[in-house]
Design a protein around this ligand. Structure first.
Ligand code: EPZ
Length: 434
């Protein structure tokens, strides 16, 4: 079982480079299902969820090469033959984003069998809005034995209005619409940069899409798509996590290879908290924290609001700020799993419903803590970087799902962090399943 050992107290100094966005790469890999031609994706992050998506596509009959040589973080995918359009439970249970193959499979094959993802640590995370949209486009969907089965000779364009904003729901239905007959009008869409990245790949493949990145997307269906080469954009959540790492340690850190246009809400909150943030050209941001941090309230919203995927990380920073910070989580119903672990390290946090009240500054002391999900893990790493002593973080495979070589990157800018165990060691549930 992987663990991190982190000794707190070092300010982070120097330059850290951001990898490609996991939450762009996942839908873009699924988009390869929509064509018989080869799709090449560059700047793919070397994280566990990408390996899971490779296994999922390969299990359906796709040819998937995934290489992380020095010159390239690249995947080549060819779905010429999809012998088995089924996303099996064994894979889906480890990554609920597997539901992203639902729309492409129906659009390409007229048939899809996808294990229901089930909930996860941060919430129930249903996919009812994905299903509702596909049925509106003419798919017949049945649910049996924990699987969704969807059929459609050819999807028809429709007017889709999302009851609530859903990122992968927007992406799934966008991929369904590009091969549908006629025009699809999608309203109340997610505006996340990952949706825009997917739309630019689909457009390169021959899709006709207008309005990606806004709440209203219009798609003119085409009969086929061709291959393309596409570079995945930088991971804004990894970049935001490093900005907070530089701030919380009182360092002077340059976060390179990022797109600060995707970080507006995070940067303005950091500045409100007394952190110095300078934009150094189009893809680098410098963060310095001199003097005391000030309390600031956050309320998570869909993009371009403050991202829910940065809530846990900001809460760690708030434990070091002078005053009371209110952290409101509006997107997921159970995204405070990091709170009790931070309290065990000495933080003063009270949770009432979807709001956590953080009183700071508090001196954090090193402890043995447990990671529970991807971003909660990041919050515990940030806390350990300032805690007094040596912390042990258990179950860091959660971290490996979405952060590429995080311990190497942090060590490279002065953090005292090392991994115990082997990054590719089987996880608990894999051992239990054997
Ligand atoms: C995406 O998840 C991201 N994952 C999440 O990142 C991110 O936290 C989330 O968007 C919000 O920004 C990927 O892109 C792979 P949603 P997604 O559908 O699409 C409810 C990370 O840390 N909902 O936008 O699954 C849902 O329960 C991960 O990298 C329905 O009710 O999130 C939630 O409360 C974690 N019915 C809200 O909508 C549906 O059919 C937003 O969920 C779909 C969603």
């Amino acid at each position: 079982m992987d663990k991190f050992v982190i000794r707190g107290g070092n300010p982070l100094l120097g330059t850290v480079r951001v990898s490609g966005a996991k939450n762009s790469a996942l839908p873009c890999m699924a988009a390869a299902i929509l064509t018989e031609d080869e799709v090449i994706l560059e700047n793919i992050p070397q994280v566990r969820d990408i390996e899971t998506q490779r296994r999922l596509l390969a299990s359906m009959g796709a040819e998937v090469e995934l290489g992380y040589g020095r010159a390239q973080h690249r995947t080549k995918i060819c779905c010429r033959t999809l012998s088995d359009p089924e996303a099996k439970y064994e894979i889906v249970k480890t990554m609920r984003a597997s539901s992203l193959v639902l729309g492409p499979l129906i659009a390409r094959c007229g048939l899809a069998r996808v294990a229901m993802p089930g909930g996860c640590a941060i919430g129930g995370r249903p996919i009812d809005l994905h299903i509702k949209g596909l049925e509106k486009m003419g798919a017949t969907i049945t649910q049996e034995h924990g699987y969704l089965e969807a059929r459609a000779a050819r999807l028809r364009g429709a007017h889709l209005l999302f009851d609530r904003i859903t990122v992968t729901g927007t992406e799934d239905l966008l991929m369904a619409a590009v091969l549908a007959e006629g025009e699809t009008l999608m309203e109340n869409c997610a505006r996340e940069p990952e949706v825009v990245d997917l739309a630019s790949l689909l457009t390169a493949m021959g899709a006709r899409i207008e309005g990606a990145g806004t709440s209203t997307i219009r798609v003119h269906g085409v009969t086929r798509l061709h291959g393309a080469r596409h570079r995945i954009h930088p991971d804004r959540i990894e970049a935001g996590t490093f900005l907070i790492a530089g701030a919380i340690t009182g360092g002077d850190l340059i976060v390179a290879n990022c797109n600060h246009n995707h970080l507006g809400a995070v940067i303005s909150k950091l500045q409100e908290a007394g952190v110095r943030v300078d934009l150094l050209g189009p893809d680098s941001v410098r963060v310095r924290a001199d003097g005391r941090l000030r309390a600031a309230d956050i309320s998570t919203e869909e993009y371009p609001g403050f991202p829910t995927d940065m809530q846990a990380q900001f809460m760690a920073l708030a434990t070091q700020a002078e005053g009371v910070s209110q952290v409101k989580e509006n997107i997921f119903e159970n995204r405070f799993m990091h709170v009790q672990e931070l309290v065990r390290m000495g933080a003063h946090i009270k949770v009432d419903g979807n709001t956590a009240t953080v009183r700071g500054p508090s001196r954090l002391s090193a402890a043995a803590v447990m990671c529970s999900d991807l971003r909660a893990s990041a919050s515990l790493v940030l806390a350990a970087l300032v805690a007094d002593g040596e912390s042990i973080l258990d179950r860091v495979y959660h971290m490996d799902r979405g952060y590429e070589r995080i311990e190497e990157k942090l060590r490279g800018v002065g953090a005292q962090i090392r991994r115990l165990g082997n990054i590719f060691a089987p996880r608990d549930e894999e051992l239990i399943a054997r």
